[in-house]
Design a protein around this ligand. Structure first.
Ligand code: ADP
Ligand code: MG
Length: 367
């Protein structure tokens, strides 16, 4: 039968998107510097994401980050193992947990998993690490390697037959979802050179898209979606107020974005297509949302923006790239198992203010 470790891992890693999200965030973290409480990758990070068989055969994420220290080899995939569920009750309430330290150990349980890593001081030598399903280090060997880390996930869900069958059946759709997620990371990560490719199995490697390092979000969007898309975009740079229900706050007044009167400021930065009627479709139907530069889904914000857009009698939906910068106290991340749906506190006032700011922006550019 399946071990508790496998069952639990299957709730952390639910699909291809969760695999890629965890690996990409680890790679971004590997070269990261921290500005306040918002992590941001160091400049000149390179990230190469390779799929084989649309991800069914393998997903490899390679970075040029700091690598893994030899003293961590034994524990890396075990980390926080003891902080995980200890009783059946915890299984059902798992979605309320943070998943810190659970990604690698979960991937060991669900796939054929290995790592190649080298620190700057190690190159041109690196170490290949193989793990047991429990996350225990099975073997290590010296191989040639550049600085950085490559994490390989082969045959994901191989030991969860129902999940594996389901994935095989829906692989086209799942791969498309994974590409959208990677496009979001690539567009928001201005310091990072992204390269994403797929080796479908028969035929040659296909480069899905790539971006350059040290480019603006606009450049990234241009590289990912084409130069034509960028021409149709207005710059979003809004400053909104989010009234705190609890009134004036003295305790949190010093934290980021909080004003003395208790209201909170939220910045919305990004790009949105003009609501032009009668023009041919120039922009792809893509809506990307971020909170503090992390890709997420914000259904209520999306709905509000689309409503404004519709009020201009435009039938196509807008291209949206919106990064909401705000205090980390202003939202909850753990409302969905994949941590991607974000719940904003006090959002009624925010949504109203967002709508009127958008109307103002569109009217200013209405020519
Ligand atoms: P978490 O990211 O929450 O710490 P993970 O299971 O995702 O937990 O990763 C465990 C640890 O493995 C990380 O804390 C980090 O030390 C190390 N690690 C994972 N991926 C990389 C990488 N690409 N480069 C360097 N270290 C990594
Ligand atoms: Mg992680």
């Amino acid at each position: 039968g399946r071990s508790v470790h496998q069952i639990q891992s299957g709730q952390v890693i639910v699909d291809l998107c969760s695999v890629v999200k965890e690996l990409v965030e680890n790679s971004l973290d590997a070269g990261a510097t921290s500005i306040g409480r918002i992590p941001s990758p160091a400049p000149d990070v390179e990230l190469d994401v390779r799929f084989k068989g649309n991800g069914l055969d393998a997903i490899e994420v390679q970075d040029n980050g700091n690598g893994i220290a030899p003293e961590d080899f034994e524990t890396i995939a075990l980390k926080h193992y003891t902080s995980k569920l200890s009783s059946y009750d915890d299984l059902t309430s798992l979605h309320t947990f943070g998943f810190r330290g659970e990604a690698l150990s979960s991937l060991c349980a669900l796939s054929n998993f290995h790592i190649t890593t080298a620190r700057a001081s190690d190159v041109p030598r690196g170490t290949k690490l193989d793990f047991e399903q429990s996350g225990k280090l099975k073997s290590k060997s010296v191989i040639a390697s550049q600085k950085g880390t490559t994490v390989a996930v082969e045959k994901i869900f191989q030991n969860l037959p129902v999940r594996r069958k389901e994935l095989e059946k829906n692989i086209k759709r799942e791969y498309a979802k994974v590409l959208s997620l990677l496009q979001s990371y690539a567009c928001i990560s201005t310091g990072v050179r992204f390269s994403v490719s797929n080796h479908p199995g028969k035929g040659n490697k296909v480069v899905a898209f790539s971006t350059k390092s040290n480019s603006s979000t606009r450049d990234n969007i241009s590289n990912v979606y084409g130069a034509k898309t960028v021409l149709a975009l207005l710059t979003l740079d809004l400053e909104l107020e989010m009234q705190s229900a609890s009134g004036p706050s003295t305790q949190s007044a010093r934290s980021w974005g909080t004003q003395d009167d208790g209201s909170k400021k939220i910045q919305v930065r990004g790009h949105i297509s003009r609501p032009v009627v009668g023009e041919g479709r120039q922009t792809p139907d893509r809506q990307m949302f971020f909170v503090n530069s992390r890709p997420c889904t914000l259904p209520q914000v999306a709905k509000a923006i689309n409503e404004v857009y519709k009020s201009y009698n435009v039938t196509q939906s807008p291209f949206i790239f919106a990064n909401l910068l705000m205090d980390t106290n202003a939202y909850d991340v753990n409302v969905s198992p994949d941590k991607r749906t974000i719940l904003l506190h006090d959002q009624t006032a925010l949504l109203e203010s967002l709508k009127s700011s958008l109307v103002e922006l569109f009217d200013r550019h209405d020519q």
